[in-house]
Design a protein around this ligand. Sequence first.
Ligand code: GTR
Length: 393
Amino acid sequence: MMRTFKYCFTFLFFVANCFGQQGEAKIVDYTLPEALKTIDGETVTTISAWEKKRRPEVLTLFENNIYGQIQKRYDDIRFIVTDDAVNAIKGKARVKEVTIIVEKAKKSVTVHLTLFTPLNNKKPSPVFLLINNGSKNNTDSGEKGKSDFGPVEMVIDSGYAIAVVYTGDAAPDNKETYHHGVLQLYPNQLTETNGMKAIGAWAWAASRAMDYLKTDREIDFTKVGVVGHSRGGKTSLWAGAQDQRFALIFSSCSGCTGAALARRQSGESVKAINTAFPHWFNNNYKKYNSNVNDLPVDQHMLIALIAPRPVYTTSATQDLWADPVGSYLSIVNAQKVYALYGKHSALTPDIPPPNTPILHSVLGYHIREGGHDLTVYDWGNFILFANFHYFQK
Ligand code: GTR
């Protein structure tokens, strides 16, 4: 009896801890900035007022205070297919290695993309674009065995193509060398307080990958879903917010300055992230290290920038550093902007139980049992979410 009690207690402690309920009691009171109120204090009630006035305003606030200036200008972009084989993934896929070369003011940057397309599809394929912030060979290519991070075979078997863009080409993930990539094209960014850094450069690379995908006749460029995990998940949200060509946005365990609300101050703080990774966000963001309540935005507004396009975010029960509850609440608080478009989500007011995905909804979510990771469980739900939105399956 005593033993059962002890196990029950241990289990309850585990559950409470996983959901941060003990932490929940410690959350400070906070008031979120209103996505639908302009700087002048006007309340936005129409799509037109959102798109013409408030959305550009919010995008600029994110550029100036967090992610840095969005860079769209360059002189030339070229795509070179350096390898093309139709025998990948046990003969089920074609694989292309694409070199993307972008030039500006006689400087150039090269970003590599690997694209697997299913051979079975009669029409151009929908595609997942994976922002790969891991090692260069972070996917399974059939020969190298299974990879949970980039399970190519699983995606191909589901009828989707998968493209993988490597972030290290766009900006090394290092505070000393992050500018040895895209920022060579935009040197003024290094001296501006709102200049873009690594996360901005990675999102830029995702957009250049999109430029290539638009040219590939085997790809349906109206169905490109961008996927990222953790720092890559912060990037996929920012890429989706600024580049409206991405049809679906997937963000795994993105946490602080991804999906998690900054004002909750739970898990990783703005100060902690700016201290450990000073090369991710612009210099202005550091001004909020000790006063996040002064930020003119919070992360629900990043999700709102993606409206009306569908967004799917994930958390993991043991990943309290990424504040699962705060990550869920940001999509809950973005709903008002989706509602302007008549898009109503199936989100519940409170975070759902573990392994209970919300899929048939413009804003989707699951919290998976386990740790900070991108797994085949997550991918399985990404595919179901895409099937629902693209094919009403
Ligand atoms: C952590 C960082 C998180 C997250 C993670 C990752 O160290 O604190 O914000 O980005 O790295 O990318 O795996």
